[in-house]
Design a protein around this ligand. Structure first.
Ligand SMILES: [Zn+2]
Length: 276
């Protein structure tokens, strides 16, 4: 999966492949300059955007698997944010908190069911109520399994409904997290800083912020034109069924620019990539 970036030396376009770490050490194929692109985006955001792109291009089945992965990574993001937020008030420093978190997560990292359990507890501790939205129906689990594990070919409207459900859930939980999300963002910044410290002096670092479906809420700030969470029913926040359609209309064009031609080329290429 490629994205376009620009060489800081000669300003020509360079294609980079999305890295799991969001850190991309690159050499410009035009002028040979070495640089490092750090993308301020979380894994769940990247995955949801790729799913949206796949859906827009008609790859319905691929979109389902990608949205499902986005939701799993979002649960991890929530746990990280909630734990780091809580530990920020303790005696432990940030690095110690991160190490404790990573040491804990490794017990659940290989199994999504365990991760769901950890998310449920994190939600209870932070919000003081049960995560009653974690039902198989609300998560679309049956649909996802039918498509991802049993090879069912979903209709586009089924995929759109699934995407809207996943989006609404993430959107609502991000709203509830509010400023708490910044703690997970801080963890990413710490990883970036550690990488930057290891770079030789001649390598230029470039930070990028990409458009995306969840961009507006990246650091837990207010979303323009959107009212504060419903004060009338503080104990039962609702998932906003129209949120996905609105976000798609507002932010789809930005994604289009970022991912269109790259996504269209990607599935047909054979192994290896085009780097030499
Ligand atoms: Zn260059």
């Amino acid at each position: 999966m490629l994205f376009p970036t620009r060489c800081p030396e000669c300003a020509r376009e360079v294609r980079a492949e999305f890295a799991d770490s969001a850190v991309h050490d690159l050499t410009c194929p035009h002028c040979g300059a070495e640089f490092c692109v750090l993308v301020r985006k979380h894994k769940f955001e990247v995955l949801f955007d790729l799913g949206t792109r796949a859906l827009m291009d008609g790859y319905a089945r691929e979109a389902v698997a990608t949205f499902a992965a986005a939701l799993e990574r979002f649960f991890e993001f929530y746990v990280r944010a909630a734990v780091l937020e809580r530990m920020a008030d303790s005696e432990t420093d940030f690095e110690g908190a991160l190490a404790a978190l990573d040491g804990t997560w490794k017990h659940v990292s290989a199994q999504s069911e365990r991760q769901l359990g950890m998310f449920a507890l994190a939600y209870l501790l932070r919000e003081g109520r049960a995560p009653d939205f974690l039902t198989p129906q609300a998560l679309g689990s049956e649909f996802r399994n039918r498509v991802v594990h049993r090879g069912a070919l979903p209709r586009r409207e089924e995929v759109e409904a699934y995407a809207a459900r996943v989006f609404a859930l993430i959107d609502r939980l991000l709203t509830e997290l509010g400023e708490g999300a910044a703690h997970a963002a801080l963890a990413q910044e710490a990883e970036f800083a550690a990488h930057l410290a290891r770079l030789p002096g001649h390598v230029t670092a470039v930070f990028e912020e990409h458009p995306g479906m969840f961009r507006a809420r990246r650091f837990g700030g207010d979303v323009p034109g959107k009212a504060a969470p419903d004060k009338a029913a503080p104990d039962s926040p609702r998932n906003d069924a129209q949120a996905f359609a609105r976000a798609l209309a507002e932010r789809g064009p930005g994604l289009d620019h970022l991912l269109r031609e790259h996504f269209l080329k990607e599935p047909f290429r054979k192994g290896g990539g085009d780097r030499s």
